[in-house]
Design a protein around this ligand. Structure first.
Ligand code: GLU
Length: 662
């Protein structure tokens, strides 16, 4: 039986009725910690403070710390330390969470003044591109799930980068057919990794369909900020320090991020970005067309082709840019207990893998295996839960690794996502789980001869997540990325160019000689793991009820695990959004290693976790446990009778704001 419910119209959501115009909070410059339950657009949560971890526990690397093998192996974006004890933010009729308080406040102001979630996204994205350029910006791509309250429809927008039309299957692994060596200095930092950016076209499309404010006005906050300047945050400074040698190769990146003596600009340095102010001004007045054609497009072409510093040029053309299209997809909506969970379909594997994991977990009763000693930081997970969820993830990743890619090029088994998410199939997958012993590595399901081959994916990341609810009942969940931190390190016209094409497999065929689903092809979109997610209540007859939750995270292929642990926390264990987001990050891709985030104050990561009973129990069940710090950047919003409750990830600098309830 199929699980996928698509975008059918169900029970009309009552959120529109929650319109609450009497609650407008003035946006002043007063600052209050996130622990103030009556949050307003003016509140700046405890984004830059971090409690010292208790003695014996494993601290996250301090901001600016040089990367170490431990914090880079699984924690590629520099963590900013864990903000212990964060409490949820309550708002009345609208709420927004982004990875930076300046961006959250700007987006919140727009919501306060009557803007829609689509309007707020444009403000949040353009400001994030200034204050968090290591993670996202107009030179990158994004996926967006948008719930339109009036139509009761969930719409999926694909703003993923595409490979240039001249890209061959060897584009990332060889300089040319004649020179079969890797692009220099490596594929990621060469021009070859740069895909045609997608986020600007995607936001324009979303705005055309859901915006209320003038497109032009939505760029004002970012243009002013770029002109007037801002202070480099600790997290951004840490990432500049970690990437200084690579940033130094590109003249524009070097001039912007480094001091004249080549040292990285530290936290607190005031930065202005007049080039970006000009670019954003052009997009404000000329629309996305001003980005994809003309002078800005030419600069993207030139920067991609720039061979200075010995870099191998990429082959993006003006036609590649002019022809870029954001796509509307069918949202992937599946039942989970008495909820409907909607995620992003291909070319992201995020929605499919989250849905498959939940579909497997539905065969188990998780309600009694929630965390013990539940505190503001989400308590301590039980070994039983970590085991079951990690095993379900192994099975889901096994299928994802083999079958999921851009389905405009490579069809899914059975030509539909239903095959991988079929109830009976997932029940049979669930039966492969031994309650007492880890399977180590799962085999993908067998769907007959498919000439695809297995291909896992993992490396470093630069991404951000935005969750928004407006006062009209619309909600948006958008994950946005330049792929690795500072993307390809190429910068032009004030923005960073992505390295998204490294999400393709550089090898066109697997060890078995079969072509890989996620190989490079001209005009194809690289497989993603981004998993913006919306959750609705579900009637007994399967119809969609009210919006319940909005969530998502950065983290590369680990996003799937971050989102699953947050959903299970909220849906199965009744954790509030802050507890669910703050809770220990745990899970597994399809390897014998199970991650349990050692940055968390409730995990004793000293002596490689040897003294922590949870780690000991998991090891006894055969899990190879890694306690390396995890770098999620989750946010979550929950709809409640009084409005919204929100949580931001204590591992980053994010903040939730909205209108006060008091
Ligand atoms: N490029 C990655 C993806 O699309 C995201 C990277 C990250 O989350 O940091 O899955």
């Amino acid at each position: 039986m199929g699980r996928v419910s698509g975008v059918g119209i169900g029970i009309r959501a009552s959120l529109a009725a929650a319109l609450c115009v009497g609650m407008l909070a003035a946006c002043s410059s007063d600052e209050a910690p996130q622990s103030d339950p009556a949050a307003t657009c003016a509140d700046v949560p405890n984004g830059t403070t971090a409690a010292a971890p208790p003695p014996g526990l494993n601290p996250a690397p301090p901001a600016g710390a040089p990367p170490t093998s431990q914090n880079l192996a699984t924690n590629p974006e520099i963590a900013t330390a864990y903000r212990s004890g964060m409490v949820p933010v309550d708002t009345a009729s609208y709420a927004v969470s982004t990875a930076n308080p300046i961006s959250t406040r700007a987006a919140c102001d727009v919501l306060r003044d009557g803007g829609t979630a689509a309007d707020a996204l444009i403000v949040a994205q353009t400001v994030l591109g200034i204050v968090e350029p290591q993670s996202s910006g107009i030179g990158g791509g994004a996926f967006l799930l948008y719930y339109d309250a009036e139509k009761n429809s969930v719409e999926a927008y694909d703003g993923r980068e595409v490979a240039p039309m001249s890209a061959t299957e060897n584009y990332l692994r060889w300089i040319s057919d004649a020179d079969r060596t890797e692009p220099k200095p490596d594929a990621r930092a060469s021009g070859r990794s740069i895909g045609v950016p997608g986020v600007v076209r995607m936001l324009e499309l979303a705005h055309r369909e859901h915006g209320r404010n003038e497109w032009r006005e939505l760029f004002d906050p970012a243009v002013s900020l770029a002109d007037q300047g801002f202070e480099i945050s600790p997290r951004m400074a840490g990432q500049i320090a970690a990437s200084a040698p690579e940033l130094a190769v590109d003249e524009e990146s070097k001039a912007y991020f480094l001091n004249p003596d080549g040292s990285p600009k530290p936290a607190g340095t005031k930065l202005t970005n007049p080039a970006l102010a000009k670019t954003l001004g052009a997009i404000a007045s000329g629309g996305a067309e001003a980005f994809y054609t003309g002078a800005i497009a030419q600069s993207i072409v030139d920067s991609t082709a720039n061979a200075s510093g010995g870099r191998t040029p990429g082959h993006i053309t003006l036609d590649d840019l002019a022809n870029y299209q954001a796509k509307k997809r069918t949202a992937l909506c599946t039942p989970y207990r008495d909820h409907e969970v909607c995620g992003m379909p291909n070319p992201s594997s995020g929605g499919t893998a989250v849905a498959a994991t939940l579909g497997i977990l539905e065969n188990f009763d998780l309600s009694a295996s929630g965390p013990t000693n539940l505190d503001a930081n989400g308590g301590k997970p039980t070994a039983e839960a970590v085991h079951l969820i990690s095993e379900a993830e192994r099975l889901a990743y096994a299928d994802r690794d083999k079958y999921v890619a851009d389905s405009d090029f490579v069809p899914l088994p059975g030509n539909s996502v239903d095959t991988l998410l079929d109830d009976d199939y997932l029940k049979r997958r669930a039966e492969l789980i031994d309650p007492g012993k880890s399977m180590g590595t799962a085999k993908p399901g067998d769907f007959g001869p498919v000439p695809l081959g297995v291909q896992p994916q993992d490396k470093e990341h630069g991404t951000s997540h935005i969750s928004v609810a407006d006062k009209y009942g619309n909600v948006a969940s958008m994950t946005t990325t330049v792929e690795s931190a500072f993307g390809s390190f190429h910068m032009t016209e004030g923005f960073v160019l992505n390295n998204q094409l490294t999400d393709f497999s550089a090898q066109p065929v697997g060890p078995d000689g079969a072509p890989l689903a996620n190989r490079v092809e001209p005009g194809k979109r690289p497989r993603s793991s981004m998993a913006p997610t919306l959750v609705f209540s579900r009637g007994d007859d399967g119809t969609r009820g009210d919006v319940e939750f909005v969530t998502g995270s950065p983290g590369g292929s680990v996003i799937i695990q971050f989102v699953v642990k947050t959903l299970v926390g909220m849906l199965d264990w009744g954790m509030n959004p802050q507890q669910a987001v703050s809770g220990v990050d745990f899970g597994a891709a399809n390897t014998p290693v199970t991650g349990v985030g050692g940055e968390h104050p409730n995990i004793n990561a000293a002596r490689d976790g040897a003294d922590d009973p949870l780690i000991a129990q998991l090891r006894a069940m055969g899990h190879q446990v890694s306690v390396a710090p995890q770098s999620s950047g989750l946010s979550a919003l929950q709809r409640v009778d009084a409005g919204w409750v929100g949580g931001a990830d204590p591992r980053r600098e994010g903040a939730v704001m909205g209108d006060g309830t008091g």
